[in-house]
Design a protein around this ligand. Structure first.
Ligand code: PLP
Length: 443
């Protein structure tokens, strides 16, 4: 039966009268006849309000690491509810969860909680400035660090050519003050030489380097291990704090995040999504001498910080991720999915490659994946863009924007895998037929 989203469309028109774009976040708007409203999620599956069922590979942009409505985490959250609310006072569980974070992430000597990834990264940057007494910061092209003004800048690579010099860095939103531009230095991923040149000339004005070693918002473009080690060494040599943003990768790609995978220790690091299976909580963690500036000159806090419900959910989620093979199960599914997808594409002579980590993998329709954002813009994403709506129609929920990796959770099981591969094969053939008149993407 063909998928219809009549109710979602009705809901959209109604919601539009009260909510800009009819949604609560710009990124949830997929277009006037395409925006989906969710009824519920269970395990790895989501149902929209038209009762269409999807196997979900978005997982809310990553938080749902165990599966929707995971009974173990929800039971803990209900116990958190029994605590009674927020008190503008501390509760005991803060220490317990902070200790678990410290156990899993060696860089997390001290820990502070916030509610969202944005808040954690914002606090990290402020803390770095306070600690170093400098205001500038380095970002990596293609990275995303949340919706605060200092982070809402993007590298304008569309239409750019290397002959023009480095690409421009532009505000990603109206309302972001131009004033901030003078504080930002931008470098391409996997080019330690470029970073060194920036630090050599400007380190005296730079507080920190902010990096997402697997770019969860840029098709999972991945830093090479050697590059990360070089970045670590350069930050140390030039006395610039290394902030590793693990909001998407933390407690997902490994117990200790990308830092464990790449053998580096950040000065400060940020976590959010996977740490509470979807309950709102985030972490700013790092070196003791830096973190002790909090409350000693640097403001950090918030009414809902370390909310007992989220904190209890985080405690239970982290315990499961730390003490059970959940992450190994997730990675194994990701590998099996990539192998299956690879076979389907190879049988049709379609060039492809995977990047990132099996638990959050990016798919490229080229034999060699890009190594940074400048290359990414030259990749052909027509095939993906054409295929994504077909996958939705077939009940596979992936992000329509090819920059978002496919996320895996523990609840993705054998049935999900078999159904996904069968439908993916169908979608590939439908896409080939759609694109055939132009002869695109065919070997
Ligand atoms: C790497 C990274 N940092 C920060 C953020 C911001 O997190 P939040 O959306 O919870 O504010 C995101 C969100 O996708 C992210 O991927």
């Amino acid at each position: 039966m063909a998928r219809t989203i009549t109710r979602s469309n009705q809901q959209f028109r109604k919601a539009l009268t009260r909510l800009p774009l009819g949604v609560a976040s710009n990124f949830r708007y997929w277009g006037p006849e395409k925006t989906i409203y969710v009824k519920r999620g269970r395990g790895a599956r989501v149902w929209d309000i038209d009762d269409n069922e999807y196997i979900d590979y978005r997982l809310g942009y990553g938080p749902c690491i165990l599966g929707y409505a995971d009974p173990r985490v929800d039971e803990a959250a209900r116990a958190g509810m029994e605590v009674g609310g927020v008190f503008a006072l501390a509760t005991e569980r803060e220490y317990e969860v902070a200790s678990r974070v410290a156990k899993m992430v060696p860089a997390a000597e001290l820990v502070r909680f916030s509610n969202s990834g944005t808040e954690a990264v914002m606090a990290a940057l402020r803390l770095a400035r306070a600690y170093t007494g400098r205001e500038g910061y380095v970002v990596v092209e293609g990275g995303y660090h949340g919706v605060f003004d200092a982070a809402l800048w993007y590298t304008a690579v569309e239409g750019w050519t290397p002959a023009q010099g480095d690409p421009d860095l532009l505000p990603y939103s109206e309302g972001v003050p131009w004033l901030l531009r003078s504080l930002i230095y931008s470098v391409p991923l996997n080019d330690a030489g470029k970073l060194e040149a920036v630090l050599k000339n400007h380190a005296h004005k730079i507080a920190a380097l902010l990096i997402e070693p697997i770019m969860g918002n840029c098709c999972a473009l991945t830093a090479e291990r050697q590059y990360m080690q070089d970045v670590r060494a350069l930050c140390t040599r030039y006395d610039v704090l290394m902030i590793v943003d693990e909001v998407k990768t933390g407690f997902r790609v490994a117990r200790g995040g990308t830092q464990e995978l790449m053998g580096v220790k950040a000065d400060l690091c940020t976590f959010a999504k996977a740490m509470a299976n979807g309950y709102p909580i985030s972490v700013l963690a790092g070196r003791e001498d830096v973190m002790r500036k909090l409350g000693n000159g640097v403001v950090h806090g918030g009414t809902y910080t370390a909310h007992p419900v989220s904190l209890a959910a985080a405690g239970r989620t982290l315990q499961i991720l730390d003490d059970t093979p959940a992450l190994e199960t997730i990675a194994a599914y990701g590998r099996a999915l990539q192998t299956g997808i690879g076979r389907i594409l190879a049988r049709r002579g379609i060039a492809h490659s995977f990047v990132g980590h099996p638990s959050m993998g990016g798919l490229f329709f080229s034999e060699t994946p890009p190594t940074n954002y400048r290359d990414w813009v030259n990749t052909d994403y027509t095939f993906y863009d054409t295929m994504a709506p077909t996958l939705h129609d077939l009940g596979i929920l992936c992000e329509p924007d090819s920059r978002e990796p496919w996320f895996i959770c523990e609840a993705h099981d054998e049935a999900c895998l078999a159904q996904t591969l069968e439908r993916f094969e169908k979608a590939v053939d439908m896409t080939l037929r759609k694109l055939a008149p132009n002869g695109m993407c065919q070997a």
